[in-house]
Design a protein around this ligand. Sequence first.
Ligand code: IPM
Ligand code: MG
Length: 352
Amino acid sequence: MNILILPGDGIGKEVTAQAARILKAVLGSEATYEEAPIGGEGVKAAGTPLPPATLALAQKADAILFGAVGLPGDELGPRDKRPGLGLLTLRRELKLYANFRPAILYPELVDASSLKPELVRDLDLMVLRELNGDIYYGTPRGISVENGVRVGINTMRYSEPEIERIAHVGFKAARGRGRKLCSVDKANVLETMVLWRETVQRIAKEYPDVEFRNLYVDAASMELLRAPKQFDLILAPNMFGDILSDAAAMLTGSIGMLPSASIGEGNKGLYEPVHGSAPDIAGKDIANPLAAILSAAMLLRHSFGREEDAARIERAVRSVLASGLRTADIAGAGREKVGTAAMGGAVLAALR
Ligand code: IPM
Ligand code: MG
């Protein structure tokens, strides 16, 4: 097993270091590790957010543990040097089109949720985000000058096969959990989303055992904040999934708690905490490493079929939370706060 670690920028380095400690403890000499720069670090090392050497390592790795990319003000620079492009290119190059973002509220963190306990207790919801299409990749795109004024252009684009393949992933995943799928779109305004809705609706007929409905994305975000437990699996196009998964994260106590798995046809996957690089708190040893550690658990489960080891890590995280340890983002009033490395060390000690 060859695992590539891509720490990236900001707190990405700190949190992947903790997740790597856990992986090494679980896998011992069964795995080999490689590390490479991406994002702002890629630009620093090789002048591009996805250096060719990093891509080559990613292509041959069995699984990738990813941190975060992004630097303050990075939207101002030229597009080809933007840290986020490193991640976006990697997702496309490796054809990782299905992004699972499980929003689970651990009972120990009910008080840290942004919603009242009765609305979120036992929340277990999956956001499945399409990851290779949509306005993220559509062309034409760019900023140009028309009749003397600058205009920005992006294109929301999906082909029918792209929608079909993510819909199948969604319905199959729903079968493995609560058998309810809600597809999110904006079909009342956008033609791309009409195609999305028609296609998902058609595929839904092949899965009569899964309860299916559509919601417009504005209604979906409202329902997510009003009564999140009505959802089991939310299937979303790339951009709406990006937004809804951050909102879902807050229901679980903190964005620092939400892991993710990006997968394609094979077993290879890219595993990343949903939070960003958080440059404001980077280097201070205060970031929450649990989303990264839980991403490592998803790596073991999806890429290597090691359900037992994944469950061990998840149990260790819960027992650490139960013991009262909290990083600042989930601490709440009157609780003692621990740092990133101490939290990682506690999870390591709790592995059984
Ligand atoms: C995410 C991030 C990325 C995205 C950025 C860093 C490009 O927000 O993984 O959710 O928009 O997909
Ligand atoms: Mg995001």
